[in-house]
Design a protein around this ligand. Structure first.
Ligand code: GTP
Ligand code: MG
Length: 368
């Protein structure tokens, strides 16, 4: 029996998905009252998105996590206008949200080279300020990594999410027969014949009670907040985490996952979702699939299989239910086309909604 918690700690310890930094703009330089000289401005602090960086690299390289702009020079007889201090750049990964310590969003860095001003340098002293310089802004900020993918994989541990990503895409996530193999999110890209690409985020497994921080907790769900659609993955034969925990059938797994999403953020459950029923190569898989499909037709009738507090407010209706085997490749091509279809439909619905909104606004203007 593998010791899950030890594995979690050992591996998760290497992955950093948020980081708190101290940033301060440089102080301005002194003015020179005798000759009316102006002090230089202090340098600003910027966060700059840079490809191939990780938050862990920042943490390792700058253990003190302090970033301060250069001070402006004082005005002097030789240089009446003091030189401005140099800006400080904090190079950070692409795909982060920068917030203040109390959660106010300063901005998002979504593409390589995006820049965000996080602490302004102080002004140099001038006649207006009695030649006194001002200090730079100082604050704690948080860099929060949010993966952005078209589709997010949601499932219990061992359901075969990573195996599925391997079967579908160019990604090579770790696959193993113990729970919580995936400890950090990873994105794979699905390529289509017409060069369309769809990105899929593989996430650590969720378990019953994830909202109470069981297993890996549900903090990883923040990564599906920005994905367009969800892809539930269940083992057709069900799942049992350990001998002391309850066995859960595929149907129960679907509903428990729905509830965990709902408890994390209600809006997540309104995203379009697909259901992948994996491990169809196992004995009895066909019978189990038929049973699951019947239960999904009338979920209310089977709600007594779930603990009362884990019954979802609304049962999800899946756009497609696709039986596959990540191991043998059965159903994978069909899954790929269902994913494409669902995302294309989603995009069409979005543009239709935007179109209707514009029409509505135009009508409104005409009435005024
Ligand atoms: N028989 C069979 N086994 C599979 C299939 N897909 C995955 N497995 C096995 O199931 C186990 C778990 O697979 P993973 O892909 O690591 O599962 P996961 O959902 O990513 O698990 P976590 O990362 O722990 O959440 C591995 O031993 C896989 O070889 C399948 O289609 N059929
Ligand atoms: Mg995995």
């Amino acid at each position: 029996m593998v010791n899950f918690s030890r594995i979690c700690l050992r591996k998760y310890g290497n992955f950093v998905d948020n980081l708190r930094l101290y940033v301060r703009g440089g102080s301005g330089g002194m003015g020179l009252p005798r000759l009316g000289g102006k002090g230089g401005n202090g340098g600003d602090v910027w966060v700059v998105a840079t490809k191939n960086l990780t938050l862990k690299m920042i943490k390792d390289r700058y253990p003190q996590k302090r970033f301060v702009g250069e001070a402006g020079s004082n005005s002097s007889v030789r240089a009446l206008k003091g030189e401005n201090g140099k800006d400080k750049e904090v190079f950070a990964p692409v795909g982060i949200t920068v917030t203040t310590d109390n959660g106010r969003i300063i901005g998002d860095l979504n593409a390589d080279g995006d820049r965000l001003l996080v602490a302004k340098g102080g002004s140099g002293g001038t006649s207006y300020s009695g030649f006194e310089p001002s200090k730079g802004q100082a604050k704690q900020i948080r860099l929060d990594l949010k993966l952005i993918a078209d589709l997010g994989l949601v499932g219990f541990p061992n359901a075969g999410k990573s195996s599925l990503l391997t079967a579908l895409s160019n990604a090579t996530p770790e696959v193993a027969s113990y729970a919580f193999t995936t400890l950090k999110p990873q994105i794979g890209k699905l390529m289509y014949g017409d060069y369309k690409q769809i990105s899929v985020a593989d996430l650590p497994g969720l378990i019953e009670g994830a909202h109470m921080n069981k297993g890996m907790g549900h903090k990883f769900l923040k990564h599906v907040e920005r994905t367009k659609q969800l892809m539930f993955v269940v083992d057709v034969c069900g799942f049992q985490l350990a001998s002391k925990t309850e066995f859960r059938s595929a149907f129960e797994a679907v509903q428990l996952l729905t509830k965990e999403l709902e408890l994390y953020k209600q809006e997540l459950v309104s995203k379009p979702a697909l259901l992948v029923v994996n491990k169809m190569d196992l004995p009895d898989a066909e019978d189990r699939l038929t049973e699951l499909q019947e239960q999904l037709q009338n979920p209310e009738e089977f709600s007594d299989l779930l603990p009362a507090d884990m019954i979802p407010k609304n049962y999800l209706t899946f756009r497609h239910v696709i039986p596959v085997s990540a191991t043998t490749g059965f159903g994978i091509d069909h899954l790929k086309s269902c994913i494409r279809q669902s995302l294309d439909e989603g995009a069409a619905e979005e543009s239709e909604a935007a179109h209707q909104e514009k029409l509505q606004a135009l009508r409104h203007q005409q009435h005024l």
